[in-house]
Design a protein around this ligand. Sequence first.
Ligand code: ATP
Ligand code: MG
Length: 557
Amino acid sequence: MSSTEKSSNFIEQIIDNDLAEGRVSSIYTRFPPEPNGFLHIGHASSICLNFGLAEKYQGQCNLRFDDTNPEKEEQAYVNAIMEDVRWLGFKWSGEVKYASDYFDTFYEWALHLIREGKAYVDHQDAGTMAKNRGDFTTPGVESPYRNQSVEDNLAEFEKMRAGEYEEGSCSLRAKIDMQHANMNLRDPILYRIRKQSHHQTGDKWCIYPSYDFAHGQEDAIEGITHSICTLEFQDHRPLYEWFLENLPVPHQPKQYEFARTNLNYTVTSKRKLKRLVDEGVVGSWDDPRMPTVSGLRRRGYTAAAIRTFCEMVGISRSDGIADIAMLEHAIRDDLNNHAARAMAVLNPLKLVITNLPEDEVQSMTAAAHPNKPELGERTLPFTREIYIDRADFTEDTTLSRKKFKRLVLGEYVRLRSAYVIKADEVVKDDQGEIIEIRASYVPGTVGENPPEGIRPRGVIHWVSASHGKQAELRMYDRLFSHPAPDKGDEDFMSHVNGHSLEVRQAWIEPGLAEADPEQNFQFEREGYFVADRHDHTAGAPVFNLTIGLKDNWAKKV
Ligand code: ATP
Ligand code: MG
């Protein structure tokens, strides 16, 4: 399906109707992360949805930081989030926006509600307030401060703003309905005291608006037409609308909810991901095992594969759990089509080509990609001593050609992009361990069939021992060994896969050392690898396993 034929999701249907019936004339969305952690694969869904709609309808999408919680937020997260959105291939409209850009307006609007008799300063402590809110079966109890005069409320709110009260001693609440069936309308908190420096506003404020008092108003100020959030905000929608009705806002946005994207074998909650970082289970937020956008990126996932995955998962109104195999499929498919091929030997066994002189170096050429001549060619030095993989040789001569398509004593195999060779002799150490194979090459077999009577069993990969380079390979596996790590009674941390990283040394074809950081490869017969963004250098190459060629997870568990 081309992008124009894509079947439309329920939000697109709403937009199509709004446009057809003239409720809106252009589309304006926003992606509103709180900068309290790095973005994860769930956020990628929301990004693809919001920015994707703006692209599809030639509208606009803001990147807006919902920064109303200074104690949990940091500039470092702001920076990481901007980089992730850009890397995913999206462009926000104009400057980055911050909820904190509007703190002066929110403050004015709080005064407006007080003057209208629709807000009051409550001196009850948090515990009392929570108790008096009641629950689904118990009506709320009105605060003794609820009917304070407008003048008193204005004076008290000014004292809150001036820092005269301690954190937690009072808050500003909307005066709505303590009996309301929707708990969110039982006099919700508008402002609380937080004596905290803020990453954008410094020490200007010691009172901060609640999410509810901020979000819809931000949408109104920015002219957002379709404010799309996840399902847990559905019950907040009446409050979102109450503020828009009761404040002098310049525009009336509408909120729509969709289901979160969940993935099996994964946790998607910044709070939980932060624990993995803080407790040292992973090295950083962008550790290649993390389901963060930057972790996936460092693992070798491409932005295109992540966008494809989000499209495959789609947008729905009811919760579901996507299979991580789908994400893995998306990256395998992309890399199979685009990643250059290369050779790396992970379990080296020396093989000496006895009929090639010691100092002779022959240059072999190989296509970077079997179906993409535009990716060019690479040069492989062929020398007397090479490495092959231990698993590609056996002394067992009884194995059928079908069962073992590799090297057997007295028989032939083709070295990928080079000669057909024959294994003549095995050299062992005192313990009987094979330390070397002595072989001979068949002249004239590069890119040519061998003479009559010579039948190679298969094709194996190799690297020159004298010209190859050593590299560190970081072999990653899933971070959790349980399909629903955070769903049961146990702490999700108890389901961390203890074997999610194995560091190995390998021999790589020499050109690979020159790879650019983040360059993707298929190491033939081994898997897809990427040059590590941070640690790879020509002098000390480092590659991360993105994903194996075939899904071998099912076999393991
Ligand atoms: P987390 O629990 O990970 O902190 P959050 O919803 O609190 O998630 P925000 O920074 O508030 O994180 O989210 C920014 C936007 O991304 C919101 O609109 C939110 O609804 C959306 N979002 C967050 N997680 C998911 C998810 N798993 N699937 C789809 N959208 C998501
Ligand atoms: Mg949040």
